[in-house]
Design a protein around this ligand. Structure first.
Ligand code: G6P
Length: 322
């Protein structure tokens, strides 16, 4: 009988920022407390086979979704898995890896919410939805710097995979508790990763911090850097939190202070960890990303994870579902 791990899902299309966000959250939670799983490892075919078959890695048939689900369930109950490894450099599979879940498990990938069983495995589901032109820029940067492709090859892949993105990846947005969209401020002539705004769609499928209480406090100095509103997402009403990439460092600290003081569990976490999560986060290609939107997202997601952890703690022990 042990306290079971908290499972966080990060899903989105290729180069939507999943790995960067995952790393940022792991930094906040403490890397020693986090097991990261990338579902690319569950591709059914290697690169050569996919090319021969004319199937993309985004197609459900190209992935062992049933084994992802099985492994998530094992991790959720604290059990180890023997995880396959897809090697992005060679396009082939390496020998599998023995993985034991730590206190938090982050499962990131393309198709993590495509079956009911998978969706039921997470405590918090995040979907990353940057504007398509920004995603294309990120994909070109990553795949040319880290995966040995030319910009033309990446553009070609993007257009070849568009059908699968629309059919299989984007519909998963509907299942997310939080939809995260980083986007350049509309007035920005030059796209700059350091100055991205972030828009968080907060679905009522999990409890969210009471942002309206925080933002309505007369003693806050956030100005218009953080805005809360109502919108519709995929036909349903949602709360939307917008955070300005131009926020000053004073405003950043103010938000951190408010959240750490006001949000139960998060405050506890911040004091325990000496605010170590608030700072620069390094992207997958080594660039330093602007800390604010990421830190904010991390805080938010951290809050949910800790809240879930606390609920489990209060139940004392979770019987393993073996
Ligand atoms: C996309 C996805 C990856 C996936 C890859 C497989 O780039 O972002 O997550 O593993 O497709 O294709 P590859 O380029 O390795 O043959």
């Amino acid at each position: 009988m042990t306290q079971r791990p908290i499972i966080l899902g990060i899903v989105g299309d290729s180069a939507a920022g999943k790995t960067t966000l995952t790393r940022g959250i792991a930094q906040v939670l403490g890397e020693e407390n986090v097991t990261i799983i990338c579902t690319d490892d569950y591709h059914r075919y290697d690169r050569k086979q996919r090319a021969e078959m004319g199937i993309s890695a985004l197609h459900p048939d190209c992935n062992y979704l049933d084994i992802i689900q099985q492994h998530l369930n094992l991790l959720r109950t604290g059990q180890p898995i023997l995880k396959p490894i897809y090697n992005h450099s060679t396009g082939e599979f390496d020998p599998p890896e023995y993985i034991k879940p730590k206190r938090y498990v982050i499962a990131e990938g393309l198709l993590g919410y495509s079956t009911r069983g998978m969706r039921d495995s997470y405590d918090v589901k995040v979907y990353l939805a940057p504007p398509e032109d920004l995603r294309a820029t990120w994909k070109i940067n990553r795949d040319t710097r880290k995966r040995g492709y030319t910009p033309e090859q990446v553009m070609d892949q993007l257009s070849k995979r568009e059908y699968d993105s629309e059919a299989f990846i984007r519909p998963q947005r509907q299942w997310a508790d939080v939809v995260v969209s980083f986007y350049p401020p509309p007035d920005e002539m030059k796209q700059d990763d350091l100055l991205l705004n972030v828009r968080l769609v907060l679905r009522p499928t999990i409890p969210h911090p009471s942002f309206s209480d925080l933002l309505d406090r007369p003693d806050n100095h956030l100005g218009s850097a953080v805005r809360l509103g109502l919108d519709r997402d995929m036909g349903k009403p949602v709360d939307v939190l917008e955070i300005d990439g131009h926020a000053t460092s004073e405003q950043v600290h103010e938000l951190e202070r408010l959240m750490c003081n006001e949000v139960p569990y998060l405050g506890q976490f911040c004091s325990l960890n000496g605010n170590q999560g608030i700072g620069k986060v390094v992207g997958t290609t080594g660039e330093t990303l602007q800390s604010f939107p990421l830190a904010m997202t991390q805080l938010l997601i951290t809050y949910h994870s800790l809240k879930a952890a606390n609920v489990f703690q209060s139940l004392q022990q979770i019987p393993a579902r073996v």
